[in-house]
Design a protein around this ligand. Structure first.
Ligand SMILES: *Cc1c(COP(=O)(O)O)cnc(C)c1O
Length: 231
């Protein structure tokens, strides 16, 4: 699958490499906030495309498929054991065990059944991941996530009934919308839920997300260039 991907690192008009783009973004956002973590979203990109970013010292990466990570990351992790992997895509309950073993942070908790399975798996594997609840701020039918008005209750249930730590919230605003109001809503919910990690902002809107207190921005294209494979 990912072996057929040919990331064109230098094809972006500015001809910078992925590590150079990442460096520039880090410098630019340092002026906006001291608190924001860049998740380099490496989905569809090959180990060869990822290696230079690791070599440059970056350790926080995002992927959206368990299977892809199982194939791609064990070798990279052998060389860079302190890598932190974030699952930013939908998770099926039957892949939860694998996800708990492979990832450090899960951004896509979106239903109680998954919460139950994750709580059990973390106990079983004696691994404590950070967990973020995905909120469907745009209430889109085709998008997963907890509706905004149910988020507080959902977080409370996860904590009280399952003993599951909820560390933060994540959102993916509707493509056609101005993102700001969605980020503002997520920020407000995060305060109400006392779930301080705020995963919001992608290549096109991360500066806006930082204004609303994003702690984690998820950048794919802005670092690695365009994806040749749709995911
Ligand atoms: C792919 C993906 C990203 C990165 O998108 P870019 O626009 O390439 O930065 C961020 N978040 C999620 C959930 C994604 O699936």
């Amino acid at each position: 699958m990912m072996t057929t991907t040919r990331p064109q690192d230098n094809q972006k008009n500015d001809s910078m490499t992925a590590p150079q783009r990442l460096m520039k973004i880090s410098q630019d956002i340092a002026a906006l906030s001291e608190q924001v973590n860049i998740i380099a979203v490496s989905k569809t990109f090959s180990p060869e495309a990822i290696a230079p970013v690791l070599a440059a010292g970056h350790r926080v990466f995002g992927e959206n498929r368990v299977q892809e990570v199982a194939e791609k990351w064990p070798d990279l992790k052998a060389s860079y054991p302190d890598v932190e992997l974030h699952l930013i895509g939908a998770l099926q309950s039957n892949k939860a065990a694998q996800a708990v073993a492979l990832f450090d942070v899960i951004h896509s908790l979106d239903r109680i059944k998954l919460a139950r399975v994750l709580a059990a798996e973390m106990k079983q594997q004696n691994r404590q991941l950070k967990i973020l609840v995905q909120v469907n701020t745009g209430k889109e039918d085709q998008k997963s996530g907890i509706p905004p008005e149910e988020t507080e209750e959902f977080v409370r249930t996860c904590r009280a009934e399952l003993g599951l730590n909820i560390d933060g919230l994540m959102c993916l605003p509707p493509q056609q919308d101005v993102a700001g109001p969605h980020f503002a809503l997520l920020q407000k919910l995060s305060q109400q839920c006392d779930a301080p990690l705020l995963s919001m902002g992608m290549s096109g809107d991360y500066e806006e997300a930082i204004k609303f207190g994003a702690t984690h921005i998820r950048l794919g294209t802005a670092i690695f260039g365009p994806r040749t494979q749709k995911l």
